[in-house]
Design a protein around this ligand. Structure first.
Ligand code: AMP
Ligand code: ZN
Ligand code: FE
Ligand code: FE
Length: 286
């Protein structure tokens, strides 16, 4: 009875088409999954069709790029929002274009020291793909600078790197507001992933709850043990949804489908709150 609510396909920085992610979820023995590509919903249709074929529950989602006023990067998962909601669709479209400009700047920085061009990155990017640092990592692999994406992040693409350029985006509170307006269910992703950089404070989390945050992704490999406790405590006090997920990226990351999962009861709460689009498959038996 398990569900994986955070996965990526090649319409962002995963390495497989959406249908293949769904097929892999079925093979992994999952009952259902959410597809949560970065700042896009273009994978939904293909994933929905594949989920129908495999008899899985499919929850359409996205992982929205945000940054607090203090500059901390926050990834906001959204489930079941209306993909055509004008405000949210415009914000996602702006985030995708902003990502291209930012990735070009990172590549320009790298080009001062390495034989790498924007064209090298584009060979790893599909026509509708949301561009991210993992695609720059792929170019560093094919040009022979590093062996894999992980090495590229460790040496050249992490936040402290001299090549790094941050992304301009909306704040988590703005994203939560838009997601709710679009009928979606906002759940903060890997909020306590301290190895990725600075993390949000409890006060900032409380502010997000005030703004309509529905849940917290507690069980994620990048959250620290103490961070999980803090999130669980917040969830208990504020009656939030608690999720667990893999953040699967195909072969782009070691994360395996189903390595963390979400209970049926929590899936049901997401289905009950989400009104912007339909999930595929009946509600899970709790
Ligand atoms: P960006 O969206 O451009 O800021 O890039 C962040 C993405 O890179 C996230 O979705 C991560 O999944 C991915 N990422 C972060 N660290 C690593 C790593 N060490 N190896 C592979 N992918 C990573
Ligand atoms: Zn990613
Ligand atoms: Fe993320
Ligand atoms: Fe993710």
């Amino acid at each position: 009875m398990s569900y994986d609510l955070h996965t990526h396909s090649e319409v962002s920085d995963g390495t497989e088409p959406p249908a293949q992610v769904v097929a892999a979820a079925a093979r992994a023995g999952l009952r259902g999954l959410a597809l949560t590509d970065h700042d896009t919903t273009v994978g939904w249709e293909q994933a929905r069709a594949a989920a129908r074929e495999h008899g899985l529950l499919f929850i359409p989602g996205a992982e929205i790029t945000t940054k607090t006023s203090a500059g901390t990067s926050v990834h906001m998962l959204s489930y079941l929002h209306d993909p055509q909601h004008p405000g949210l669709a415009a914000a996602n479209s702006a985030a995708r274009s902003g990502r291209v400009q930012r990735a070009k700047r990172i590549v320009a920085n790298l080009a001062e020291d390495f034989e790498i061009s924007w064209a090298d990155v584009l060979t790893h990017v599909g026509p509708e793909t949301t561009v991210g640092r993992p695609h720059i990592a792929d170019a560093l692999v094919t040009t022979g600078v590093v062996a894999d994406r992980s090495e590229a992040f460790t040496h050249y693409l992490h936040k402290g790197s001299k090549y790094y350029v941050p992304q301009d985006t909306m704040t988590p509170v703005e994203a939560i507001t838009l997601i709710r307006q679009a009928g979606g269910v906002p759940v903060i992703a890997h909020a306590m992933a301290s190895r990725r950089g600075s993390t949000v404070s409890l006060a900032e989390l409380e502010e997000m709850v005030q703004a309509g945050l529905a849940g917290v992704e507690v069980y994620h490999r990048d959250n620290t043990a103490e961070g999980k406790e803090l999130l669980l405590d917040l969830a208990r006090r504020r009656d939030l949804i608690v999720t667990g997920s893999s953040d699967y990226h195909g072969t782009g990351k070691p994360n395996r489908l189903g390595e963390n999962t979400t209970d049926a009861e929590m899936v049901l709460r997401i289905l009950q709150q989400g009104t912007g689009t339909e999930a595929l498959g009946g509600p899970p038996a709790v």
